[in-house]
Write a protein that binds this ligand. Structure first.
Ligand code: AMP
Ligand code: GLY
Length: 416
């Protein structure tokens, strides 16, 4: 079996590793990959948005299945490009990828199919948006419509601040991602990430996870791509789960069918939960990072079988099993993250880690025989154990063995 994974983060390393866990003899290629994927797969030198070139390469190299990791590839139409070549790919097409590529597209869908979400208004010019700011309670959430590398959501404590952000976005702060904006009511509660397998007809949640978005302990500091996580997420109680099934998942899948959206892949639902009521914050159309590094080590059913079933529309035939033990994941970030990142800092200690943890590389590269930093989120360390306390303790004990210049990580991941 020959599999191509597109991307270069911890998520992609986790996907490669999970595939190999079920298929020891699989040949895996990662475009462009990192120093971790190079140890278990073959890295190939393409950017994730070179979708036509990647499809040609996959055709020439007889790839059986392709798994795109990042939204940039999906929104650029990687699935359509591969389908045109008659290749199998696990991920939504360009049309369905608008659920991540456009916040307005998602909000319209959520409202149309009565999925609980924050009240909103959308705008394609600054002045009407500024004129509407007074109608919202504080804080006001200002969102650039398009992909803005995780920076396009601004929570404004004052109306002046909201107006300033609106002006800056329409002045081009996020490029064309800010050609339209969404203003939203601020929701309170507990956040949860729910990733779901989708085959066009059926939607099946993976085990739940929680992500820590802020850079610093106690949820302080800037928003990041995610500084750690754990699975399962106790905020999703049986009661909440039932509400999610009825109020969120069912209307979503019915909406996909009514709109003739043949969504195949992962739908990542960002939720805010308050008084057992789930409300949708956002959709992503791919595996989360670091949620994937927490969740996939717990998967006990062949991931290739599940992905193929999604592509073929027979997800309902698959019995998906999970390890009952919880997991915890710590992100080790480089100097300056999230505002900047650092490269070339030598990472030591990787060879001293015990088998009780799994290490996933994100921003790493190989340089003169050393493994060095090459981006913001450098490593993810995951421990799976009988209790979340044990998983957490093991994760932090092992993390102490890792050293690199400017290394930073949160100390409160998975402390419930
Ligand atoms: P998004 O990319 O839409 O998930 O937004 C990023 C983060 O901003 C979320 O994970 C939330 O922490 C926060 N956020 C987004 N929308 C809202 C909202 N309407 N109310 C409160 N927080 C929000
Ligand atoms: N951890 C959040 C994301 O992958 O978007």
């Amino acid at each position: 079996m020959r599999i191509l994974i597109i991307g270069n983060g911890g998520r992609e390393h986790a996907l490669a590793q999970t595939i190999l866990r079920f298929h020891k003899d699989a040949e895996i290629f990662v475009a462009p990959g990192n120093a971790g994927t190079a140890q278990i797969a073959k890295n190939i030198d393409y950017e994730v948005t070179q979708v036509k070139e990647l499809a040609n390469w996959a055709k020439d190299n007889k790839i059986d299945l392709t798994v795109p990791g990042p939204e940039a590839a999906l929104v650029a139409g990687v699935t359509d490009a591969f389908n045109e070549q008659g290749l199998r790919v696990f991920g939504p097409d360009k049309e369905c990828s608008q659920f991540e590529g456009s916040k307005k597209f998602t909000k319209e869908f959520l409202v149309k199919y009565k999925v609980p979400t924050a009240a909103y208004a959308d705008f394609s010019a600054a002045q009407p948006a500024i004129d509407t700011v007074d109608e919202f309670d504080l804080p006001i959430v200002v969102k650039a419509d398009g992909l803005a590398a995780g920076k396009g959501v601004l929570i404004c404590e004052t109306r002046e601040d909201a107006k300033k952000e609106i002006r800056e976005i329409f002045d081009g702060k996020f490029g064309s991602a800010g050609d339209e904006i969404v203003l939203e009511e601020f929701l309170t509660g507990t956040e949860a990430s729910l990733l779901c397998w989708v085959d066009g007809n059926t939607i099946v949640p993976l085990e739940t996870a929680r992500d820590y978005k802020r850079a610093l302990d106690n949820d302080e500091g800037l928003n990041t791509g995610g500084m750690g996580g754990f699975s399962p997420n106790p905020a999703i109680t049986p009661k909440v789960r039932e509400n999610i099934e009825n109020q969120v998942l069912e209307p979503i899948i019915n909406g996909f069918k009514s709109e003739n959206l043949d969504f195949k892949g992962i739908l990542f639902i960002g939720l805010m939960i308050e008084n057992d009521i789930p409300k949708v914050l956002e959709f992503n159309v791919r595996f989360g990072d670091p949620e994937t590094q927490s969740v996939l080590p717990r998967l006990r059913t062949d991931i290739v079988e599940i992905m193929n079933a999604c592509i073929d529309g027979r997800l309902n035939e698959i019995d998906i099993r999970w390890d009952g033990n919880p997991s915890a994941t710590l992100i080790m970030a480089s100097k300056g993250y999230p505002e900047t990142s650092s490269s070339g800092d030598i990472i030591t200690g990787l060879d001293q880690l015990s088998d009780d943890v799994i290490v996933f590389h994100g921003g790493t590269a190989k340089e003169n025989g050393n493994i060095v930093t090459n981006g913001g989120r450098v490593l993810a360390i995951t421990a799976v154990d009988q209790s979340i306390e044990k998983a957490r303790a093991t994760m932090y004990k092992e993390a102490e063995k890792i050293k690199f210049d400017g290394m930073q990580y949160r100390r409160d991941i998975a402390s419930l």
